[in-house]
Design a protein around this ligand. Sequence first.
Ligand SMILES: [Zn+2]
Ligand SMILES: [Zn+2]
Length: 199
Amino acid sequence: MKRIKDEPYFTHSVYSAFTTGIQVKCPKCHGMGIVTADEGSAYFKCTNCGYQAEKERTVYRYDVHNQCKNCGRYYRVDIEETAKQHFSALHVKCPYCGTMMSGEVHKTAEAFSYAAEINKGKEPWFGLELWFLTSFQGKPIWAINREHLTYLIDYLSADMREKPMGRGKKTQSDHLPTFMKTAKNRERIVKLLEKMQEE
Ligand SMILES: [Zn+2]
Ligand SMILES: [Zn+2]
């Protein structure tokens, strides 16, 4: 009988970037790289070719806000196009009367991108593909890093699963989609995960 004690909800998640790191494919050499993060930035470092990158985690909002020279109303036009966000001034249209005029581009720090999630097997800051990524019946199966992969194998191959101690109601396994937990798929999914573990 194989038992496993489940882990707290955020043990293996995108937040692992702040502790153990997320294992990804290097965009230059396709070797294994690590994405880490701190308060201000996310970092990538390839363990194979040494390529490095850094990205600010703060999300900025760019807009032109001013009083319209024609209708006198105060307006704000958000600048969504990345290419335009680097200009110090832009011509924008007053949303009320349609008059074109030039205005200074303001940059405001909006928030840290806390809502970041793994999306389509990619980490949220650089969009790099996870190192441990495969698919089962067209659905992606992935692990954040080796620790997470080990957890998944242990969890899915256990006969008995216990909730961790503590008050938190949600546990790590609540992240798992139903198709992974379904009894009829479990064995085949564990095989796929074990194959990745050997790589
Ligand atoms: Zn590399
Ligand atoms: Zn106007």
